[in-house]
Ligand binder design. Structure first.
Ligand SMILES: Nc1ncnc2c1ncn2[C@@H]1O[C@H](COP(=O)(O)OP(=O)(O)O)[C@@H](O)[C@H]1O
Ligand SMILES: [Mg+2]
Length: 343
């Protein structure tokens, strides 16, 4: 493993939340690629059952199994897993009670529906349980019934880091802070022990919750609220990931004039004429509107950046990628994260 200059040394579970549509899945995948740099092995976990990761890496739908989906340019592997609550429940029934076949019968009678739908706390702990199990897993001691619970502390971890593409900001604190609910369901016994072990990882300094946002009112407000909420339940707040950043296309002076509606129409028309436009005056009038909109958007974004600064967290800027998000785009975003100390 190479030494590196990251804001997240010691963090092994990276949880990525944010308002829907701000780029959680895209940035979780980019972060996984960034963390895999230098020959590391990273697991990217998805829990919303949308197969977003498979789409992103252009591979067939992920089975309930860890699959290699990409490599980092300087060595290192990204594996991915789509966790499904029902399959995770089967896992635990087998692990704790040796009852996989019974579990299958339970599905038929709808008991699994109970655990996965009626009791959301149980559902969440099954999902976070998969991610935290991957965080703890050590080489040479694959999880097996009858195997020692805590393999030699000296054995290296299977994954250097785990990145969780998590539920949106509105549900994240409840999703991660599932202990209280599970305590009500199971006060003692293996399920309770399991919940405790999950919470041990989530509450440790090994876990950081990152917030994806764009520079707009609602996502910024959700980010600030989320940062406060995650902090208040005692979990580690990670970075603010500002996504889809577009650099201004005008100099500062022209921008502030344009934001006030002050645009030099004659200069634009002159430029267009010189470039060989037929109806330069009309085109200039159209462009004027766009220039003013752009300048106003840049001004709003500056205000949003200022508000985000109040969160007082490491903040990374991720560029808007006009060609759309493909593997090359994920590498571009991963490089941006690494340059800014995000991995
Ligand atoms: N940096 C970016 N540049 C351009 N498009 C982006 C960027 N990040 C995300 N997108 C696009 O925005 C949409 C929402 O992103 P996604 O990662 O699915 O968000 P979420 O998981 O938060 O719902 C997708 O179409 C994605 O391709
Ligand atoms: Mg998503």
């Amino acid at each position: 493993m190479s030494a590196r200059d990251s804001d997240w040394d010691g963090v092994r579970l990276h949880v990525v939340t944010g308002k829907g549509g701000t780029g959680k899945t895209t940035l979780a995948a980019s972060l996984a690629l960034a963390l895999a740099g230098g020959g590391r092995t990273v697991l990217l976990v998805e829990v919303e059952g949308r197969q977003g990761i498979a789409q992103l890496f252009d591979c067939p739908p992920l089975p309930y199994e860890e699959r290699r989906v990409a490599g980092a340019p300087d060595g290192g592997d990204v594996y991915a897993l789509a966790v499904d609550a029902e399959a995770a429940l089967m896992d635990y029934l087998e692990l704790f009670y040796g009852m996989r076949r019974a579990g299958q019968a339970l599905t038929r009678f709808g008991v699994v529906d109970f655990a996965t739908t009626i009791a959301p706390g149980a559902r969440d702990v099954l999902l976070t349980g998969k991610a935290t199990e991957a965080v703890r897993r050590r080489v040479g001691r694959e999880r097996r019934r009858g195997a020692p619970r805590d393999p030699a502390e000296s054995a290296p971890h299977v994954y250097d880091a785990v990145v969780l593409d998590a539920p949106p900001t509105g549900r994240i604190a409840q999703f991660l802070n599932v202990n209280a609910e599970v305590a009500g369901l199971a006060r003692v016994g293996p399920i309770r022990n399991h919940a405790d072990r999950v919470m041990e990882v989530i509450r440790s300094p090994e876990t950081a919750v990152h917030f994806a946002t764009v520079l707009e009112e609602m996502p910024v407000q959700e980010t600030l609220d989320g940062v406060a909420e995650i902090g208040s339940v005692g979990l580690g707040v990670g970075a603010v990931l500002v996504n889809m950043v577009r650099p201004p296309v005008l100099y500062a002076e022209a921008l502030s004039a344009a934001a006030e509606g002050d645009v030099d129409l004659a200069a634009i028309a002159g430029g267009l004429k010189a470039a060989g436009f037929e109806d330069a005056e009309a085109a200039a009038a159209d462009l004027r509107g766009e220039v003013v909109d752009h300048a106003r958007r840049v001004r709003v974004e500056a205000g949003m950046s200022e508000r985000l600064a109040a969160a007082d967290r490491p903040t990374y800027l991720l560029p808007f990628i006009g060609e759309g998000i493909d593997l090359a785009a994920l590498h571009t975003l991963a490089a941006a994260l690494r340059e800014q100390g995000g991995a």
